[in-house]
Design a protein around this ligand. Sequence first.
Ligand SMILES: CCCCCCCCCCC/C=C\C=C\C(=O)SCCNC(=O)CCNC(=O)[C@H](O)C(C)(C)COP(=O)(O)OP(=O)(O)OC[C@H]1O[C@@H](n2cnc3c(N)ncnc32)[C@H](O)[C@@H]1OP(=O)(O)O
Ligand code: NDP
Length: 323
Amino acid sequence: LTLLSQQFSQTESWFHRSAGLQSGSAPHSQLFPPAEGVMLPPESFKNRVVFITGGGTGLGRAMATVLSQLGAQCVIASRKLDVLQQTAEDICSRTGNKVHALQCDVRDPQAVSHCVDQMTSLTGLPDVIINNAAGNFICPSERLSPNAWKSITDIVLNGTAFVTLELGKRLIQDQRGASFLAITTIYAESGSGFVAPSASAKAGVEALYKSLAAEWGRYGHRFNIIQPGPIKTKGAFSRLDPTGKFEKGMIDRIPTGRLGTPAELANLAAYLSSDYASWISGAVMRFDGGEYVSMAGEFNDLRRVTPDQWKMMEAMIRSTKGS
Ligand SMILES: CCCCCCCCCCC/C=C\C=C\C(=O)SCCNC(=O)CCNC(=O)[C@H](O)C(C)(C)COP(=O)(O)OP(=O)(O)OC[C@H]1O[C@@H](n2cnc3c(N)ncnc32)[C@H](O)[C@@H]1OP(=O)(O)O
Ligand SMILES: NC(=O)C1=CN([C@@H]2O[C@H](COP(=O)(O)OP(=O)(O)OC[C@H]3O[C@@H](n4cnc5c(N)ncnc54)[C@H](OP(=O)(O)O)[C@@H]3O)[C@@H](O)[C@H]2O)C=CC1
């Protein structure tokens, strides 16, 4: 069984196989196929402990899978213990490496401290911390109650801060280095209407991580950020595109013509958390198929202009004399 698991971890995983061309992708997305398989060498995370918040579902689950395939002992934590346990079992049965499930509501600093106590007994302190847990929903800002604002900002900003400070302090005390990674979003930079609490909280997370990258390097701690563009997960799409009507328009504005895949994100997270990235700290890695710059550029809509229309417009421009 162990041999089989090892062979499996060196080739491909169940979710990589499902990462083919998604429906709704543009034809040119064939030129940007999502790479299958795990990128780093096998056992890159052997003898490493990885702690992932929100590791039971979506992107957190994908990151736990890849890191487990690379030899890590993973600890996944969130509110729903049954979901975490099922994920832990699934991953462990596929990779042969231990995955621990711990219940933790990151909004509650005491729960976070208790979770870290439990992890310390199970695995010791982690070498890699991935702050991935989040909450979000689309809502016109004038409809937000104070509690709606608080529910998102408490998970995203306070939750990340509680986890990071609790683990950071204990690691410093034990004179242990670590890699911290936060999953934010491209609109942490631009802000975005209709998700103002999420945008505000994610921007706060980025400020926290850049601050600590500067402050805690002396303790052997690295802090990096991934800003993903759209990657289809139930958690995100059910709350941000509940009718499914916006997906096509979203793909149209992504220059690579498709959504990202959990496997691609997981490989990037693994790289940034690995020794291969030990000189990367304070970095913000946009991971969005080009969506951000595509939405930002004033003239980018000119992509719709046909060659004949260009001929006509060029003639008009060239015929202009003076101002
Ligand atoms: C042009 C359009 C393009 C569309 C693109 C679509 C796809 C885009 C993909 C790109 C994504 C980019 C970024 C993604 C970022 C993410 O974070 S995605 C991850 C999302 N995952 C989750 O949210 C999982 C966890 N979420 C939850 O558990 C819940 O959703 C919640 C609400 C965050 C927290 O749950 P809980 O604590 O149980 O909270 P409640 O008690 O239910 O609610 C607390 C208050 O919030 C109010 N509320 C809840 N839902 C809404 C809503 N939909 N609208 C308004 N208000 C809401 C609720 O009423 C409570 O307030 P009150 O007590 O005052 O009533
Ligand atoms: N998918 C996408 O397109 C994008 C996602 N992101 C980011 O990626 C990350 C993962 O999102 P995704 O996988 O799509 O969505 P999911 O909804 O699947 O993931 C969110 C996770 O957070 C956990 N969580 C929520 N509240 C809490 C809490 N109070 N305490 C502990 N854990 C909590 C949830 O578990 P539980 O319910 O068990 O607590 C869940 O596992 C998030 O940070 C999100 O902002 C960013 C940009 C794009």
